[in-house]
Design a protein around this ligand. Structure first.
Ligand code: 4GX
Length: 262
C-alpha cells in the first residue's frame, strides 16, 4: 500500500516511519510512505499556510490553495488513493474502519492545524473524514499516526504468524485474556496453574473464559454488539451461575438482626 501524509510538520513523522512494525513494513515493501510538506506548496514569499477566518472569531484557518496543490501532487504519486482528513468531526476510528482503510490501494492523510482547514477543501478534495476520538488535539499529525499504525499492521505480510493480527484484541470483538511470562512467581503472585499444565485444550478454554469474563466486566457494550456462539453463551452462563452462587451465599450471611450492630 502507498501512504502519503500532508502536514506542515513533516519531521514529526521521521520517528514514526523509523520504528517497529511500521519500519519493517516499509523495509519489507508492504508499505511505501511519503511525507509532503504543505508549506512547500505555498507560492507567497513568506510561505504562509493559515489565514484569519471570514466572519471573525478565534483562531486561524488553513488556506485552501497550498492544501489543494499538495493533495493534487500526492494524488499524482498514488493511483486511486483515498484522501482522509483527520478531524474531530469525522467518523470514529474503530478496528472495522482500520480494516476498511487497509483494503484501499493507497491512502492520503491530511493533517490540519489551527482551527481546521477551509471547508471547501473538506467538501471537494476529501473522500473521508476520520476522528480518533472525542478530544481535541493541536493537530492532525498524531491522529494520522494512530490511524496509520492501526492500518499498517493489518496489511498482508506485515505481521508474522506468531504476532498475527488474528490474535489481537478486537479482531474477534472481545478483550484479550491476561498474558504471563517468566518468572513463575512475581511480587508474590503466581502464574495461573493451567498455563503451566501443557494441556493446550485446557489453556485455550481458560483463555476464552477469561476473555469473555474480562469483556463482560470492562466493556459489556462489546458483548451487546456481537452475536455469541454456543460455547461463548455457555461460558457466560457459567460466569453468571458463579456470581449467583456467591450472591446466594451472601444472603445466607445477612447481618443478625438481634446482634445489636447495624
Ligand atoms: N481526531 N484534531 C485536526 C484541526 C482540524 C479541525 C477540523 C481539520 C478539520 C482530531 C481528533 C483532532 C484537532 C486534529 C483539530 N483539521 N483529529 N485539528 N480528535 O482533535 O482526529
Amino acid at each position: 500500500m502507498q501512504i502519503a501524509v500532508l502536514t506542515i510538520f513533516p519531521n514529526m513523522f521521521d520517528l514514526f516511519w523509523d520504528h517497529g512494525i511500521v519500519r519493517r513494513a516499509i523495509a519489507g515493501g508492504q508499505v511505501r510512505s511519503e511525507t509532503f510538506d504543505i508549506r512547500a506548496f505555498t507560492e507567497d514569499r513568506h510561505h504562509v499556510t493559515d489565514d484569519r477566518p471570514y466572519g471573525g472569531g478565534c483562531g486561524m484557518v488553513m488556506k485552501p490553495e497550498p492544501l489543494a496543490r499538495a493533495i493534487t501532487a500526492a494524488k499524482a504519486h498514488i493511483e486511486g488513493a483515498v484522501t482522509v482528513l483527520m478531524s474531530p468531526q469525522g467518523d470514529k476510528l474503530s478496528q472495522q474502519t482500520a480494516e476498511g482503510l487497509a483494503r484501499q490501494r493507497g491512502l492520503i492523510f491530511i493533517c490540519g492545524r489551527y482551527e481546521g482547514v477551509d471547508a471547501r477543501i473538506a467538501r471537494c478534495h476529501v473522500d473521508y473524514e476520520l476522528s480518533i476520538g472525542d478530544y481535541v488535539l493541536s493537530g492532525g499529525e498524531l491522529a494520522a499516526m494512530v490511524a496509520m499504525d492501526a492500518v499498517i499492521r493489518l496489511l498482508p505480510g506485515v505481521l508474522g504468524g506468531a504476532e498475527s493480527a488474528a490474535c489481537d484484541s478486537f479482531s474477534n470483538g472481545l478483550l484479550e485474556h491476561g498474558h504471563y511470562t517468566r518468572p513463575r512467581e512475581f511480587e508474590g503472585r503466581a502464574v495461573p496453574e493451567v498455563l503451566l499444565s501443557g494441556d493446550h485444550q485446557a489453556i485455550a478454554h481458560w483463555r476464552q473464559r477469561m476473555s469473555l469474563g474480562e469483556t463482560f466486566l470492562r466493556r459489556p457494550d462489546l458483548l451487546e454488539q456481537r452475536p455469541l456462539d454456543d460455547r461463548e453463551r455457555t461460558i457466560l452462563q457459567e460466569w453468571s451461575q458463579a456470581l449467583e452462587r456467591i450472591l446466594k451465599h451472601q444472603s445466607a450471611h445477612r447481618p443478625d438482626p438481634l446482634s445489636g450492630r447495624q
